[in-house]
Each structure stands twice: as C-alpha cells, then as structure tokens.
Design a protein around this ligand. Structure first.
Ligand code: B12
Length: 160
C-alpha cells in the first residue's frame, strides 16, 4: 500500500530584539519538536531584519516569538508592523507569547493591541500554554505544500 506521510510543520522560534532570555526559547523548541515540528531557533536579542530575512529563507508555517523581559508588547508591535508591511509576508502566521509587559496579570491588556497589529495569536504567560496548544492543533496542512499534494492530504484527513 502506498504510504502518505504529512510533512512536519516548520517553525521559527525567536526572541525579540531587546530580550536576552533563552530558556523560554529552549522550552518552546522542545515543546514544538515533541509534537513533531521542525524548529529553527534564532536565539535571543534578534534584530527585526534578521527575523524577516530568516522567514523568507525558511518559509515557516509559523513564526513563534517569545519574550519575557517586559518590553515584548513594544518590540512585538514594531516587528509585526514591519512584517505585515512586507507583501510576501502578509500571510505568514505569526504568534507572540511570554510575559508581554511588566504588569503581571494586567499584561492581558496588551493582547488586543498586539492582535490588532497583525499577530495571529497572542499568549500571555504560562496560563496561555493550553490556548497555544489549541492554536497548534488548529493550523491544518502546511502552507509549504504544492497544490498537487493537497488533495491527498484532504483525503487522508477525511478518512481519519
Ligand atoms: C534567568 C533570568 C534572567 C537571565 C537570563 C539568562 C538566559 N540566558 O536566559 C538574565 C540574568 C540574563 C536576566 C536578565 C534580565 N531579566 Co530576567 N529573569 C530570569 C528568570 C529568573 C528566569 C527566566 C527563565 O529562564 N524561566 C524559565 C522559562 C522556561 O520560563 P519563562 O521564561 O517564564 O517562559 C514560560 C512562559 O513565560 C511561557 N512563554 C514564554 N514565551 C512564550 C511564547 C509563547 C508563544 C507561549 C505560548 C508561551 C510562552 O512559557 C514558558 C514556560 O512556561 C526570570 C524570573 C522567573 N522566575 O521567571 C527573570 C525575569 C524574566 N527577568 C526580568 C527582568 C526585568 C530582567 C532584566 C530587565 C533585569 C535587568 N534590570 O537587567 C534583564 C533583561 C535583559 C534583557 N535584555 O532581556 C523580569 C521580567 C519582568 C516582567 N516581564 O514582568 C523577570 C520576570 C524577573 C522578575 N520577576 O522581575 N534574566
């Protein structure tokens, strides 16, 4: 019998430009890899333009930004506006999570503005990990597939 295998989802994990924290990135990389994803981890303090260039190079299914130093709501908004101003990156799925500000539980106030700026998902702190999991399960077939591969995947999904 012919086997049809779904290609792994491809992710870029990155911090934002001001943020030097790294274990958050390691955590996300392990989480995504344990779920079968392929991860390019750009590390900490990554300039906006490097993130944009890597997205063009890797063409991920999702760019996952993580930030915990409290400046994420500022760095994130600036970065997503740049990404969405690039015609070839307007459809890229981009999410951000971590400690988005320095206001603890009140950081949820930043979620709406970041979403309005163009993020597909905004996740505040550990409490949002279950929503992130739901987001990951909802992202469907990879966008890297050519049109010829799509019907096979759709058939496989209909049978499952
Ligand atoms: C270790 C550490 C450092 C180390 C980092 C070393 C390294 N190589 O990573 C050093 C000493 C460099 C550092 C520096 C600073 N730090 Co620091 N640091 C920490 C500390 C103690 C632990 C962070 C950590 O590794 N956690 C382990 C990881 C796995 O957990 P996490 O980062 O919380 O991530 C979880 C969630 O946030 C979430 N998450 C994170 N990202 C994402 C993304 C998505 C999509 C999703 C869904 C979820 C998600 O999931 C993760 C797992 O649960 C925290 C305090 C703490 N206990 O959290 C402070 C902390 C993050 N630091 C803080 C601060 C203020 C700083 C400095 C500004 C201090 C200073 N004045 O210089 C600098 C910033 C430097 C910079 N340019 O960014 C504050 C941030 C305040 C805030 N946001 O409210 C914290 C919270 C300490 C505090 N209570 O004040 N820090």
């Amino acid at each position: 019998m012919q086997e049809i295998t779904r290609p792994a989802k491809r992710f870029i994990v990155s911090s934002v430009s001001s943020d030097a924290h790294m274990w958050n990135l390691v955590f996300l990389q392990l989480l995504l890899e344990e779920n079968g994803g392929e991860v390019t981890n750009l590390g900490a303090c990554v300039p906006d333009q490097v993130i944009i260039d890597e997205c063009r190079e890797v063409r991920p299914d999702v760019l996952v930004l993580s930030t915990v130093n409290g400046h994420g709501h500022l760095d994130g908004l600036r970065l997503i506006r740049k990404i969405r101003s690039e015609p070839d990156l307007q459809d890229l799925r981009v999410v951000i999570g971590g400690k988005l500000g320095v206001r603890g539980a009140e950081n949820v106030e930043f979620i709406e503005k970041l979403a309005e700026g163009g993020f597909d998902g905004v996740f505040e702190s550990e409490g949002a990990l279950s929503s992130f999991d739901e987001f990951l399960r909802g992202i469907g077939p990879t966008r890297r597939l050519g049109p010829a591969a799509r019907p096979a995947l759709e058939m496989q999904e209909a049978v499952a």
